[in-house]
Design a protein around this ligand. Structure first.
Ligand code: NDP
Length: 328
């Protein structure tokens, strides 16, 4: 039986609708959440991501502003911009779109963001809060995965979870959130021995690798929930055909590849749909949730930092919105 498709677009829209309702309440209370996005240079992929983020702000009623330093910007230029945004009270979230140009010390810039405005959840202070289960801002992509599991009724408590990937922005916080949600978690990476064998233990398998279709059916326990974080652009016709040619339901994708010469796919091979119990599609799975959680984090950052200035109590305005924290 084919895996249930976990619809990230639907869940993302639900989260954004909840955020919009909460923003409306907060605005009535006299405060409007604000997000500043910093986009350095003209990386086409980054421009698309930033456009989506700004559009989501418009949809949810969050104030947004875009800062676009030239690709010749120095570390000092960006530190000055971050310092200014840190000081402005109406800015609740600061997002520095990665990657930054080579001449910029990215770590230094990210570290300069006030942890209270770090809506990406990358600052070591927020990473520490997450690992010690204190309230803080959690990285958007893994937080989105937790929302998806929760809203799709996939139980984490007592489940065996395997995360492939140990990056600071996806793999590690993902593993920490699953641990906090009482899963038994294994983290895998490029040195893991017998990767398929370890993955087959998983009730919940999260792939955050960056290699198209690497997770094949022999990685998956029958009935497992498979969450595909990977986003890979496949342009090679033979590689495309190895995954999609003649596969039932792939007509649209084949037509897209014929027209555009590329397709976006995850780390999970399409054949996994025949083994898994539930599976996120790419596109339309984890990606949309990342942006929704950015909106949710911006509201959360506002409430944590200046919620006491609201005309209505913050507590009454906070019901229903995605938690981005621990889940069970
Ligand atoms: P990184 O490159 O930082 O990390 C990749 C991880 O995968 C590393 O830990 C690496 O191991 C591991 N890995 C690489 N090759 C193998 C292998 N053959 N076997 C086992 N493990 C392997 O990537 P990110 O975490 O930043 O991103 C992962 C993917 O998720 C990418 O496709 C990215 O585009 C996507 N992404 C999607 C988002 C979304 O919103 N949907 C948001 C962020 C990322 P090691 O540490 O040993 O090198």
């Amino acid at each position: 039986m084919a895996a249930t498709v976990l619809d990230g677009v639907k869940i993302s829209n639900a989260i954004k609708a909840e955020v919009a309702a909460e923003v409306a309440t907060l605005t009535v209370g006299g405060l409007r959440p604000g997000l500043a996005v910093v986009l350095v240079g003209h990386n086409p992929a980054s421009e698309v991501y930033v456009r989506n983020k700004v559009k989501s702000c418009e949809q949810t009623g969050i104030y947004s502003e875009k800062h676009t330093p030239a690709d010749t910007a120095t570390t000092e230029d960006l530190l000055a911009l971050i310092a200014d945004l840190n000081h402005r009270d109406e800015i609740d979230g600061i997002l520095v779109q990665l990657p930054l140009p080579k001449q910029v010390d990215s770590q230094k810039v990210l570290l300069a963001v006030d942890p209270a405005k770090d809506v990406d959840g990358f600052h070591p202070m927020n990473v520490g809060y997450l690992s010690t289960q204190r309230p803080g801002l959690v990285a958007c992509t893994p937080a989105g995965v937790m929302e998806m599991l929760k809203r799709c009724g996939i139980a984490t408590s007592g489940a065996e979870a395997v995360v492939i990937g140990r990056s600071d922005i996806v793999g590690k916080p993902m593993a920490m959130l699953l641990t906090n949600a009482n899963a038994t978690v294994t983290i895998c990476h490029s040195r893991t021995k017998d990767l398929p064998g370890v993955c087959r233990r998983a009730d919940i398998l999260v792939a955050a690798i960056g290699k198209a279709g690497m997770v094949t059916r022999d990685f998956v326990k029958p009935g497992a929930a498979v969450i595909d974080v990977g986003m890979n652009r496949v342009t090679d016709a033979a590689e495309f055909a190895s995954f999609w040619k003649g596969r039932q339901g792939s007509e649209k994708r084949e037509a897209e590849f014929a027209a555009k010469g590329s397709t976006l796919m995850g780390d999970v091979a399409p054949e996994v749909a025949e083994v898994a119990g539930a599976l996120t599609p790419v596109p339309g799975g984890v990606g949309p949730l990342t942006v929704a959680m950015l909106m949710s984090n911006t509201v959360k950052a506002m409430k944590m930092r200046r919620g006491n200035k609201l005309a209505t109590p913050a507590g009454t305005a906070s019901s229903g919105t995605a938690s981005s924290g621990t889940a069970d």
